[in-house]
Design a protein around this ligand. Sequence first.
Ligand SMILES: Cc1ncc(COP(=O)(O)O)c(CNc2cccc(C(=O)O)c2)c1O
Ligand SMILES: Cc1ncc(COP(=O)(O)O)c(C=O)c1O
Length: 438
Amino acid sequence: MSADVSKLDAYWMPFTANRQFKQAPRLLTGADGMFFRDDKGREVLDGIAGLWCVNAGHNRPKIVQAIQEQAAELDFAPPFQMAHPKAFELAERLAALTPQGLNRIFFTNSGSESVETALKMAIAYHRVRGEGARTRLIGRERGYHGVNFGGISVGGMVANRKMFGSLLAGVDHIRHTHDPARNAFSVGVPQHGAEFADDLERLVALHDASTIAAVIVEPVAGSTGVLIPPAGYLQRLRDICDKHGILLIFDEVITGFGRTGNPFGAQTFGVTPDLMTVAKGITNGCVPMGAVFAQQKIHDAFMTGPEHLIEFFHGYTYSAHPLACAAGIATLDTYADDGLLTRAARMQDEFAKALHSLREEPNVIDVRNIGLVGGIELKPLPGEPAKRAFNIFLDCWDKGLLIRTTGDTIALSPPLIIESAHIERIIDTLRGALRRAA
Ligand SMILES: Cc1ncc(COP(=O)(O)O)c(CNc2cccc(C(=O)O)c2)c1O
Ligand SMILES: Cc1ncc(COP(=O)(O)O)c(C=O)c1O
């Protein structure tokens, strides 16, 4: 099936160069395991798990069947003052996987909604405890926390912010941790840069802890180009937050559900946050869903006052949607069946060796990796930032490989079911593209 261009006009595409795309559409019509199928019948290797979300690979039978059966049984249930059993079942299953204490689950429909929820939860938590002056939120340069106003305010990716005015007041940022001079081509966790966390002490000195609600960071900064946290950095953030009564939020929309070799990045790095946002892999990318995992102390702080009153005035029409919950339960079953929540730890060394074999290829200026996520940073074309990487993206697409680019970094985040042959095909295709673009 080749697309009729006249039928492409109405759809305004997200985060896309719409005019260029509609001149030569890239249409996916099917998927199975590690592969997409495009509208010309080509098999395309999925090097980015769709969009960092199809962690178990495509078309997994248990998930497909669960969605089909749920749609036929209970298509919708109102989540305000009402519920359905699978919401509680999924919440309990998730609570059994999360780091110590993060055992209260608030469902959303996306990562962006999870971030907004966590930010509101943090501010409201301090208010219900009598510290209502704590309204300031701290993000990080180059951070990505979705596209709603809270997320772009704490976020640090300039292109996502500059079009939208003044954003939320009372937001500040700590520096990003990218330090190529000291850490370029680090295999796994870079050794330099824990001291970047001390920026938080400076912001406490500037604003006073009594005005600061929370800090939000991605354990691994994904969308900005796969920045791995320096050794000791996250723990230092944790310690400073504890010292000043500031909540620590880990945005694990990408790192969640096995990406770094444990169920969550918090477990990989040995640091437990107060709130954690997830989405993407929660349903293997099959049905939109997100969640906020909260420490029980945070949840319990809201559970005061007359019991007939709503404790937290927040939620979404589709919170805990039956299809999403059914998909989520089947997804966790599938992860368990295949050992996927820890498989990235077993594949990490092979993946790292393959990625770093590109070090000497033309215009490669850094390679970063942890678990089954990697970034290959390229020297920009003079005066055309991001174009070199995008040209590599197009070349790989033509050669049957889907990758992701962000700026001049190639991001790889394949399904966790990846085998050696797939890794070899990814690297060989990239090597060829890098040489053709030299
Ligand atoms: C850390 C983080 N937080 C929030 C979001 C927003 O999730 P939703 O999109 O479901 O609202 C994300 C999403 N991350 C994301 C989404 C789309 C593209 C890319 C990319 O890097 O190319 C990354 C994310 O990576
Ligand atoms: C007018 C209006 N706007 C926005 C929303 C929020 O929609 P959602 O719950 O899907 O976030 C609702 C939900 O009922 C609504 O009635």
